[in-house]
Design a protein around this ligand. Structure first.
Ligand SMILES: *[C@@H]1O[C@H](CO)[C@@H](O)[C@H](O)[C@H]1NC(C)=O
Ligand SMILES: *[C@@H]1O[C@H](CO)[C@@H](O)[C@H](O)[C@H]1NC(C)=O
Ligand SMILES: *[C@@H]1O[C@H](CO)[C@@H](O)[C@H](O)[C@H]1NC(C)=O
Length: 508
């Protein structure tokens, strides 16, 4: 390994009283970071993932599983069961010195599970805000936390910081590789949970396989055949992650917890093609509302599945885990705030049709199309004046059959189809529309690669989905995207962490 990229890890432990519970499954949720569609063995990747392949083959592979195109929004929806238009986080990630987090009046997944009698633990990356103590995982339902409040962060060229407050920074872990460290810590949580009558929820949010592209050398050995140096390094990182998941699973089996565990593996967004990832043959990448950004690798494993060894083709979204897990826990979601997720356990476990008939990918009125990529101008007067939804706004929605995108769905330079790794022949099928049409409609079931825009052929479908976007937009809360707070100064303490006073007046 070339450098000690994991320079600082935060440890925060709080004890909780033991509560007895009925037969409820343990829930282990493993989230990979920036893991691409074409980067797992079972989708034909050249990268070896024997453990993920085997584990998913024994469980249920989710073929139409969706996440959000970037980090914070996916985690936000996982934790709240609500679309980001309803939490104000529809625009972007939370930037390190922004005084933002998931609104404090949102109830998070570990809070529901704690109420249902679970021990709740988190290992890994949070990235849901940390400007005040009330935002931290241990203040939002987790009994214990070991990890990073942010992804590692480079302040200057070779200088990274991560922080917390009121907690112990753990410099003794500097230089350890996160896949190894986090899987070890996750295994410890499992091993230390000796009371088999009390269920646990363990959220393992891996740094793998997000950049920086670094991995201990021995993981690179099988990849001599990969020429692209980024792809090769990324492949090694995927192998390390594959092993990390194997080690966590082994700990569950060794301790006898496996028999009563539901394990979910999920990526947080599409792969980053600029850092070795691939979503081939899907269009676009991380950051885009194209399928390459939002359709992700995901599967469920464990002996509690009724139809194991199957592939599920039903529409399932990351916001569905909260109601699904709370139902498994025998808990209640009769909260004051309406959920956007559905309980999809009968769909996954027994193959029932998904209760989810529609999926709002996002509506982001704050997104500005870069000057270099303007949308085809809409003549004044004009072609789209009939539309119930402002088609300049970046938004996307899909049903079992259709997907509509409005505004600019892409990220910079990613509206196309990236070639299959190792394939150097140029893709002759690049989009020719430049500037883009502000509305694009695909039969996503038949055309998952989003190649044939049918917006001119199916005006009724188009009109219906535009109306649905309009309905959703009426329920949206304003975008929260605060200016960076100049009083955030990690340098002063050499740590990342809360810098603002809580409502309670608790200061740093
Ligand atoms: C998995 O466990 C083995 C055996 O303890 C260990 O050598 C290896 O480093 C672990 N791998 C990861 C990624 O944690
Ligand atoms: C919510 O559910 C809990 C547990 O089932 C119940 O005790 C409570 O009365 C319910 N609250 C509302 C507002 O329905
Ligand atoms: C439509 O949305 C765009 C982009 O957010 C905005 O600039 C424009 O003012 C909106 N138009 C109307 C009529 O609201």
């Amino acid at each position: 390994m070339s450098s000690e990229w994991l320079r600082c890890v935060v440890v925060f432990l709080v004890s909780v009283p033991l509560v007895k519970a009925a037969q409820q499954p343990n829930i282990v949720f493993i989230l990979a970071d920036d893991y691409g569609w074409h980067d797992i063995g079972y989708y034909g990747s050249e990268i070896h993932t024997p453990h993920l392949d085997k584990l998913s083959a024994s469980g249920v592979r989710l073929e139409r599983y969706y996440i959000q195109p970037i980090c914070t929004p996916s985690r936000n929806q996982l934790m709240t069961g609500r679309y980001q238009i309803h939490t104000g986080l529809q625009h972007a990630i939370i930037i390190p010195c922004q005084p933002d987090c998931i609104p404090l009046d949102e109830k998070l997944l570990p809070q529901y599970l704690k109420e249902a009698g679970y021990s709740t633990h988190m290992v890994g990356k949070w990235h849901l805000g940390m400007y005040q103590t009330g935002c931290l995982p241990t203040h939002r339902g987790f009994d214990t936390f070991f990890g990073l409040y942010l992804v590692y962060y480079f302040k200057a060229d070779s200088y990274s910081l991560c922080v917390t407050r009121n907690t112990r920074a753990a410099p003794e872990y500097n230089g350890q590789y996160s896949a190894e460290l986090f899987s070890q810590k996750a295994a410890s949580v499992i091993e230390n949970h000796e009371n088999h009558e009390k269920p646990f929820f363990l959220y393992v949010s891996l740094q793998s396989v997000h950049e920086p592209l670094q991995v201990p050398d021995h993981y690179l050995e099988p990849y001599g055949f990969i020429e692209d140096p980024d792809r090769k390094m990324y492949a090694g990182m995927v192998s390390a992650m594959d092993e990390a998941v194997a080690n966590i699973t082994a700990a569950l089996k060794r301790t006898g917890h496996w028999e009563n565990t539901v394990l979910v593996f999920s990526t947080d967004n599409g792969g980053q093609t600029k850092q070795g990832g691939s979503n081939w043959p899907l269009r676009g990448r991380k950051g885009a509302l194209w399928e390459g950004g939002v359709r992700g690798v995901g599967f469920v494993a464990g002996p509690l599945l009724k139809q194991s060894g199957t592939v599920n083709h039903e529409l399932i979204h990351i916001s569905d885990w909260l109601p699904t897990f709370v139902a498994l826990a025998g808990g209640s979601t009769n909260t004051s705030k309406p959920l956007d997720g559905f309980n999809v356990w009968p769909t996954i476990s027994k193959g029932h049709p998904s209760p989810r008939l529609e999926l709002l990918h996002n509506i982001d009125p704050a997104f500005n199309t870069p000057k270099t990529r303007e949308l085809r101008p809409i003549a004044s007067g004009d072609a789209w004046s009939w539309s119930p939804f402002n088609v300049s706004i970046r938004a996307a929605i899909q049903t079992a059959e259709w997907k509509l995108l409005t505004g600019d769905p892409g990220c910079h330079d990613c509206d196309h189809w990236f070639p299959r790794p190792g394939d150097n022949t140029p893709d002759s099928s690049q989009p020719t529309e430049n500037p883009q049409k502000p509305v694009q409609l695909f039969n996503i079931k038949d055309d998952p690669e989003e190649r044939n825009d049918l917006s001119d052929e199916f005006p009724e479908v188009l009109n219906h989905l535009l109306s649905r976007l309009n309905e959703y937009q009426k329920t949206a809360v304003p975008v929260v995207f605060s200016p960076v707070d100049p009083s955030c100064d990690p340098d002063a303490k050499g740590l990342w962490g809360p810098w603002a006073k809580d409502a309670s007046g608790e200061s740093v």
